[in-house]
Ligand binder design. Sequence first.
Ligand SMILES: C[S@@+](CC[C@H](N)C(=O)[O-])C[C@H]1O[C@@H](n2cnc3c(N)ncnc32)[C@H](O)[C@@H]1O
Length: 231
Amino acid sequence: MQTKLLNLINYFKHFIRFDKYRKIRNKVIKINSKKNNLYDYGESFFYQDMPCINLPGLRNTYKRIEVLDLNKLLFSKKFLDIGCNTGSIILNLNTDFKIGVGIEYNSKLVEIARTIAEEKKIINTKFLAENFLTYEIDEIFDVVLSLANHSTFDKGIDDTNLYFKKIDKLLKNNGILVLESHSPLYEPPKKFEEIVNKYCKNYKILRNGIYKFGNFYDLNRNFYILKKNEN
Ligand SMILES: C[S@@+](CC[C@H](N)C(=O)[O-])C[C@H]1O[C@@H](n2cnc3c(N)ncnc32)[C@H](O)[C@@H]1O
């Protein structure tokens, strides 16, 4: 009910805005309205907002980037964003990272990410319409973003052990893992802490904290910035 209301307001914010991004917003809204059998995290509108085209969404991308200090962390780096959704985190960073790769198995969301990257001429990005758990990624990354993805409501990530094993394989020694919890309304903070303790033994905690911004989608989520030890 609350989400329906937020989405109504978000659509209205788009509708009354006659700016230079209106056309591209209409284009991605049309792509987003395509039906498939995958769970819709945006519940008919957008889960992530997309500030680079003034598109509202349920989650606050700029505040996440700011609190996680991603522009600094990703400067000149090659990174992977797991379950990137519409690619909003990648597409709203400063563009001085080396290459940003997003992997997302809901292909219409990848189509949206690619459409916006092309429109905004963000060339150092790659979006893979693939399943993170099964797709063979033959690359090593400086940074991996695991934002609310270590297990997913739609059961697309149903094996957290395999998930962290795969991250470990893809992340270089001394690389950085950015880990964000689900909302505490869905994942109790203690449970998230247990996951960090269980699966990130080979990592050193550089910083952790709690989101103190946004609506109930963002508010009170936990995050960890972790550094992988030498193997
Ligand atoms: C809770 S949302 C988080 C989205 C994004 N990481 C964020 O925090 O803004 C989970 C996302 O992961 C995607 N997903 C779920 N299982 C996946 C899988 N096995 N491979 C790739 N993407 C997956 C979903 O489609 C969804 O977009």
